[in-house]
Design a protein around this ligand. Structure first.
Ligand code: A3P
Length: 320
């Protein structure tokens, strides 16, 4: 579905003619809209969302760049926030039968895709939503309301490798795979889905420092190293901290176990199912490890990206 361009409205096609474009990762081209790179089908979703979405103060929106671990954080968020409604030790938890992307939908990729008008009637409060949109392009009501934003960031080297695999995987029927060198150059130039990667990360990082009650900045690697601590941070930020009883009963351990790569990737729904948007659920579970980039990067690639990371992130306080 990412590849279909026939759903694009005439108005959006006209807009595309005016935008800078480069070779795409999924569709044949990727366009620069409001300073970020996005596949043509999703520009329409971005615009519809910007024009129509009315945020509520109680909304919780997960923001990521693609392949930062969105699927993992969606599971953690869903289980954490709904733990009164769906106790974690019960057998028939929704996470066990639905893919996390069906539990927390993307605004521009799912709810508003192709200019659809979503019906929020079935959502309970707090509404759990997600997006890849950069901070400056978020609908105004999200910026103006008390909506909480949870931002997840991942080391750019692993993010790139994950993105390269994912996009090749979704393009399988094209038979050819994108040469890694070509896509690496694009990534370094900032031409990646919702990139430049550094702008996306730095904008939310800045917001998390200026407005710590509005934006929580999490790192994939830190959740791997200190899962309980980061889960606690998340619960406190969302104003649903763990009680002493919960801590004593092992609720945190159970949430982390349920949402682990091993548990999720082996569930029938994730091994064999498909999303309503058409992607195979197993495309979202590849390795789930830190440092897989070492199996793909040459020394030159590593040095080149190190140099960019140093340049872009120096003085920010972000350490990869
Ligand atoms: P890899 O390709 O490095 O394995 P996103 O969810 O943003 O699309 O990111 C997908 C990446 O997160 C993939 O990385 C995937 O394997 C990893 N992932 C998915 N579920 C995970 C989990 N429960 N724990 C850790 N990583 C997970």
């Amino acid at each position: 579905k990412y590849l279909q361009e026939d759903e694009i409205s005439d108005e959006c096609k006209k807009l595309l003619l005016t935008l800078p474009k480069e070779r795409g990762w999924l569709a044949s081209h990727i366009y620069n809209y409001q300073g970020f790179w996005v596949a043509p089908r999703f520009i329409q979703g971005v615009i519809a969302c910007q024009q129509q979405f009315q945020a509520q103060d109680s909304d919780i929106i997960l923001v990521t760049t693609p392949k930062s671990g969105t699927t993992w954080l969606k599971s953690l968020l869903f289980v954490l926030v709904n733990r009164m409604k769906y106790p974690v030790f019960e057998q028939n938890h929704p996470l066990l039968v639905k893919n996390p992307h069906d539990l927390i939908p993307f605004l521009e990729i799912k709810l508003y895709v192709d200019g659809l008008v979503p019906n929020f009637a079935s959502f309970t409060s707090p509404r759990l939503l997600s997006t890849h949109m950069p901070f400056a392009s978020l609908p105004k009501s999200v910026q103006d309301s008390k909506t909480k934003l949870v931002y997840l960031c991942r080391n750019p080297k692993d993010t790139f490798i994950s993105l390269w695999h994912f996009t090749n995987n979704l393009r399988l029927h094209h038979k050819d795979i994108h040469p890694i060198e070509e896509k690496f150059e694009s990534f370094c130039k900032g031409v990646s889905l919702y990139g430049p990667f550094w702008n996306h990360v730095l904008d939310y990082w800045k917001q998390s420092i200026e407005k710590p009650n509005k934006v929580l900045f999490l790192m994939y690697e830190e959740i791997k190293v200190q899962p309980k601590l980061q889960l606690k941070r998340l619960a406190e930020f969302l104003e649903c901290p763990f009680s002493i009883e919960e801590e004593n009963c092992g609720v945190m351990d159970e949430i982390l176990r349920m949402c682990s790569f091993e548990n999720l990737s082996n569930l029938e729904v994730n091994a064999d199912g498909k999303l309503s948007t058409g992607e195979e659920n197993n495309a979202f579970f590849r390795k789930g490890e830190v440092g897989d980039w070492k199996n793909y990067f040459t020394i030159e690639m590593s040095e080149k990206l190190n140099h960019i990371i140093e340049q872009k992130f120096q003085g920010s306080g972000i350490k990869f």
